[in-house]
Design a protein around this ligand. Structure first.
Ligand code: AMP
Length: 474
């Protein structure tokens, strides 16, 4: 089942998934084309979003590749189009070239109902000249990656004055790849009067910020099944004070979560725990109020890009943290504030994923656990430390490593430049490259650990944005 957020009273009721396209206000030719394509029934995301998007609303939709999301934004985009007007009327921003090409193909299939709708892909890595020639010939729809779209805007080979639909596809991934500034630049060049559609697999706070800035009264479309699937599994372990810090390592080696946030009540305990974990070879970093902004950024970048397994923090330091994928939260001790407990464990099990919440409690803390039970209205599930046997002979290593490039926005480095240097110049596969964060003076790029050495050597020997750079592994 699907549900559209019905905060707006005019919102038409969403047809159930599996309903035919004939319930939608589509031109007969479009409907016939869908039948020809074998699209008989709407997928859940289409059923939930199309009634809104075809009514001209801005929509934020939670959808993954494979869900039928391209048609979910493609059909309203094509409906908004006037093929007799030779100007770019729709722009789809994608994080990668592969996705842009896939989206273009699907849009072309959907556009077959109309004669002469020209759809153009503009991505980095391809030569500029043919793109400029195609633009000069006139395109109705442009699908591209942010960096290359900006190149064309700067050269004035692309104009967006006639745009009526802006689509941000895989918005979460675009933010991960450091495209926030580029999206801002592009949105500023689009007319204010337009329909904006945002598709994202996950809902980190960054995506909400993006929607707040560039969308007009957006309607949320989430699939309820994904929404409800996010579950937190809580387990309590009784510890003595001397076992407490050591128990964290036992939990990690048993459950092997990729990203864990460990909460301590005091700064001193944070410091002690990081020392204990590091001594066991676990990649742990501490987040506390004494860090200056640069160090804090560096810690958060490494945790968010999955090159640090455990972030150890106090509640104050962790405030406002925006991390989408967190497999586990560990309460190293029980907080006296029950609301804080709820808040702590609520950080895992997001975006439809299951998450673990482990709590270590000494006899002294049983009163606090009792209050938590009372509030949650159920008994706590207790387990013994002796169950925590290592489940792998391999040490727990994070999947990624972070390379720091000494140079950032000040040097006009963009995420696309770094991606290009790694994939095009060094021939490393794009799939093994993770988040890219461009800060003012530094750029951080996550790469799979197995290619970290090659990437480090290659970047140090090569060039980014035509210049030699200094790179180190954090
Ligand atoms: P997407 O999530 O946009 O990448 O779409 C995944 C695949 O599903 C593509 O091959 C589409 O052609 C196909 N598809 C999208 N919507 C439908 C539908 N309503 N019925 C059948 N196939 C569809």
């Amino acid at each position: 089942m699907t549900a559209a957020n019905d905060s707006s009273p005019q919102t038409p009721a969403a047809p159930a998934a599996g309903t035919g396209f004939d319930t939608l206000p589509l031109a007969p030719a479009v409907r016939a084309n869908l039948t020809q394509l074998g699209y008989e029934r709407m997928t859940p995301i289409q059923a939930a979003s199309l009634p809104l998007t075809l009514a001209g609303k801005d929509v934020i939709a939670q959808a993954k590749t494979g869900s039928g999301k391209t048609a979910a934004f493609g059909l309203p985009l094509l409906t908004n189009l006037n093929p007799r007007r030779f100007a770019v009327q729709a722009l789809v921003l994608c994080p990668t070239r592969e996705l842009a090409e896939q989206v273009t193909q699907e849009l072309r299939r959907l556009a077959r109902a109309e004669d002469n709708v020209k759809i153009l892909t503009l991505c980095g890595g391809a030569t500029m000249r043919p793109q400029i020639a195609s633009l000069a010939h006139g395109a109705h729809v442009v699908v591209g990656t942010p960096g290359r779209i900006i190149d064309h805007l700067e050269r004035e080979t692309l104009a967006l004055d006639a745009l009526n639909t802006l689509v941000l596809d895989e918005a979460d991934r675009m933010l991960d790849m450091g495209f926030a500034d580029d999206i801002a630049t592009i949105a500023q060049r689009c007319p204010r009067q337009r329909q904006t559609l945002l598709f994202s697999a996950t809902y980190p706070e960054g995506v909400a910020a993006l929607a707040g800035k560039y969308m007009h009264e957006p309607q949320d479309v989430k699939l309820t099944e994904r929404h409800a699937a996010g579950t937190i599994r809580q387990r309590f372990y009784e510890v003595t004070e001397s076992e407490r810090l050591h128990a964290v390592g036992l939990l990690l080696n048993h459950y092997r979560p990729v990203s864990t946030l460990a909460f301590c009540n005091t700064k001193q305990q944070c410091r002690d725990l990081v020392a204990v974990l590091q001594a066991q070879g676990i990649a742990a970093l501490e987040l506390h109020g004494d860090l200056d902004q640069r160090d804090r950024d560096q810690v958060l970048v490494q945790f968010a890009n999955r090159s640090c397994s455990v972030l150890v923090a106090t509640d104050v330091a962790a405030r406002g943290l925006d991390i989408a994928q967190l497999e586990a939260v560990i309460n190293v001790d029980i907080t006296p504030d029950i609301e804080v407990h709820t808040h702590r464990i609520g950080r895992t099990g997001r975006a439809g994923e299951a998450g673990w919440a482990f709590s270590l409690a000494s006899l002294d803390e049983m009163g606090r656990v009792g209050r938590i039970e009372a509030m949650q209205g159920r008994e706590s599930e207790w387990h013994a430390l002796s169950e925590l046997v290592p489940t792998s002979s391999e040490p727990l290593h994070p999947p990624m490593a972070t390379l720091q490039i000494l140079g950032g926005r000040k040097e006009k480095i963009r995420a696309g430049d770094v991606l290009g240097a790694l994939t095009k110049d060094l021939g490393l596969p794009g799939a093994q490259i993770g988040k890219i964060n461009v800060n003012e003076f530094s750029t951080y790029v996550a790469v799979e650990r197995g290619i970290a050495d090659a990437a480090l050597r290659g970047l140090n020997a090569g060039k980014v944005k035509g210049k030699s750079v200094k790179v180190r592994q954090l």
